[in-house]
Design a protein around this ligand. Structure first.
Ligand SMILES: Cc1cc2nc3c(=O)[nH]c(=O)nc-3n(C[C@H](O)[C@H](O)[C@H](O)COP(=O)(O)O)c2cc1C
Length: 197
């Protein structure tokens, strides 16, 4: 589930919430999955899915390891693109944005509300670092599961937040008469135009 709050009807984020609700009713699986692309000189362009957890007004939030490859890339170049696709409704939402880390306080509050299994994995995994065997990954996880307190968020785990300045809604239709509607933030105002399919 993606948690929407403080959505302004006059901004394109209201459309995202409406499309999300449609996809939810259509029983979209992995509805939180959002593809985030980043860039660094070392890795070139790099994409991966994460789970989009919160949309608060114009801010989108997901959570990850601050020492992962993506974190390294965001640090070098804070521009990202993000894509949602819900196949049950044949809807794609493409976004461009800059990305920032969330605060320690925000991360700690969020971490405390998660399951101990999720937190044990977040604590035990040095995400994206090489390891000799998958067995070692499992051992690290089950060792951490023995800890008394799995509610303390480590410094290397937390959220990222992005506020898109470009949003394209793509809705598939018959004869490939697909509707492409763009909202672009220009000097604080959302400009709307269409693109040919
Ligand atoms: C549907 C889906 C959701 C995922 N959600 C997350 C997530 O919320 N946070 C995360 O760190 N990794 C998530 N992953 C794993 C990432 O795709 C990726 O393997 C991991 O973050 C390491 O990426 P990096 O090496 O580019 O940093 C998810 C994978 C899939 C397929």
């Amino acid at each position: 589930m993606i948690f929407f709050k403080n959505i302004d009807e006059k901004k394109p984020f209201a459309r995202i919430e409406d499309l999300y609700k449609e996809a939810l009713i259509a029983k979209q699986r992995n509805i939180e999955a959002i593809c985030i692309s980043s860039y660094s000189k070392k890795n070139g362009v790099n994409s991966r899915f994460v789970n989009l957890k919160i949309v608060d007004d114009d801010k989108f939030f997901f959570f990850t390891n601050y020492e992962s490859e993506k974190a390294y890339e965001f640090n070098e170049n804070n521009q990202i693109s993000a894509v949602l696709y819900w196949n049950q409704t044949n809807t794609q939402i493409r976004m461009k944005s800059h990305i920032i880390k969330t605060s320690n306080e925000f991360n700690q509050n969020y971490f405390m509300k998660r399951t101990k299994e999720k937190n044990a994995l977040a604590i035990s995994s040095k995400q994206s670092k090489k390891i000799d065997s998958f067995q070692s990954v499992k051992k690290n996880f089950f060792d951490v599961m023995q800890s008394d307190d799995l509610t303390i968020c480590p410094e290397y785990w937390g959220g990222y937040c992005f506020s898109p300045f470009y949003i394209e809604f793509w809705t598939g239709d018959k004869y490939r008469l697909n509707r492409r509607e763009v909202f672009e933030l220009c000097e604080g105002k959302w400009k709307k135009y269409f693109l040919q399919p």
